[in-house]
Design a protein around this ligand. Structure first.
Ligand SMILES: Cc1cc2nc3c(=O)[nH]c(=O)nc-3n(C[C@H](O)[C@H](O)[C@H](O)COP(=O)(O)OP(=O)(O)OC[C@H]3O[C@@H](n4cnc5c(N)ncnc54)[C@H](O)[C@@H]3O)c2cc1C
Length: 321
């Protein structure tokens, strides 16, 4: 049987696909092999054409009426077919709600290894993929490699930067792949009540924790974030326990990479910090000067957020006038 060759990337999330193409290009160059993007869907030729500019040597395009929206079993059967026929040595899958189980199921079918949520990827001296992932509740980094091929890793959003678009000459290859009839059916889809801008995309985030006393006080953060053209975020207890928000930031929530992160009434335990460590500048507002958030903050304000936030908003407004 021929040797496994090529680095492949797949995600149904367009931004994540580009971020993985950037990293995939580096890995493919280290291995001296091709980088290939997989596009699955219906009416997605344009999407496939666009990926060539971001470093893909080839884009394998599989279009079929049954693939119009993500359906785990159908997408799994397509990817499995492609992997068996073309035998890539590395497959990166976006760590989305759909991508993670898809990668795990694919690894199971192929009897391959799968490392989830890699925020660093490298190649060792034996051409093996090395994935690094945060573990033990954010207290350690595990470095994991593979004993067999293909090597499957999932990659979270914003772990890697998007490459610049260039005039590159890759090739889009349209493939006719058998799609297995799914054994489950999606009966309904309802949009989640979330803010219009995804918090992972925000350049400025004003975030609150249990220091916020009442749900209505979110207005304080919303007003400041509006002045800064930012986005509001929160720690997990505000979303999971108090249900004041639908999503949170941290180890088990969104990993963010803003230019400015303002943490208000957030203690800064490791599970929260795991989601904000890539923020460029962190400002902490906390009334407890011993709060761990001050250890990682670039700027710290010891004080009551109920006094500081309105004052900060007014000061910024004045500056902007
Ligand atoms: C497996 C696991 C995964 C987890 N994942 C996450 C995660 O992804 N994200 C996450 O956030 N948490 C996560 N947690 C929870 C985490 O351990 C903490 O419980 C949580 O982050 C604490 O949230 P907090 O800082 O808002 O609350 P607290 O720790 O209660 O801190 C509140 C802070 O507000 C300050 N404060 C109070 N009043 C004021 C005021 N008026 N003005 C200024 N400051 C004030 C206090 O001094 C205190 O420092 C996880 C936990 C586990 C076990």
């Amino acid at each position: 049987m021929s040797e496994a060759k090529g680095v492949w990337v797949f995600s149904e999330n367009a931004d994540l696909m580009l971020e993985m193409l950037g990293k995939g290009r580096e890995l493919a160059d280290m291995l001296g092999t091709d980088l290939c993007a997989i596009v699955i869907g219906n009416g997605v030729q344009e999407k496939a054409n666009g990926l060539v500019k971001y470093g893909a040597d080839k884009v394998y395009l599989v279009e079929n009426g049954a693939l119009g929206s993500f359906q785990a079993e159908a997408y799994l059967s397509v990817l499995h077919n492609l992997m068996v026929n073309y035998r890539p040595e590395v497959l990166l899958v976006g760590s989305t709600r759909n991508g993670k189980p898809l990668a795990a199921r694919l690894a199971m079918r192929l009897d391959a290894g799968c490392v989830p949520d890699c925020n660093r990827l490298n190649i060792d001296g034996q051409r093996r993929l090395i994935g690094e992932r945060i573990t033990y509740g954010g207290n350690a980094v595990a470095k994991v490699t593979f004993r067999t091929k293909p090597q499957i890793a999932t990659v979270p959003s914003r772990a890697f930067d998007k490459p610049e678009a260039k005039e590159l000459k890759g090739q889009v290859v349209k493939l006719d792949v058998k799609v297995d009839a799914p054994r489950t059916e999606v009966v309904d889809r309802k949009p989640l009540e979330t803010s219009s801008v995804r918090v992972e995309e925000a350049q400025i985030i004003v975030s609150c924790g249990r220091g916020l006393e009442k749900k209505e006080d979110r207005a304080l953060l919303e007003e400041l974030s509006q002045v800064l053209c930012g986005q509001v975020g929160c720690s997990r207890p505000l979303a999971e326990d108090r249900k004041w928000f639908s999503e949170w930031i941290g180890l088990s929530g969104h990993k963010v990479k803003p230019k400015l992160y303002i943490a208000c009434g957030i203690s800064g335990v490791i599970q929260h910090v795991a989601g904000i460590r890539d923020a460029k500048v962190i400002v902490a507002i906390n009334k407890d000067e011993q709060a761990p958030i001050f250890e990682i903050a670039d700027y710290g304000v010891v004080g009551n957020l109920y006094e500081i936030l309105p004052a900060l908003k007014e000061a910024i407004k004045k500056q902007l006038q």
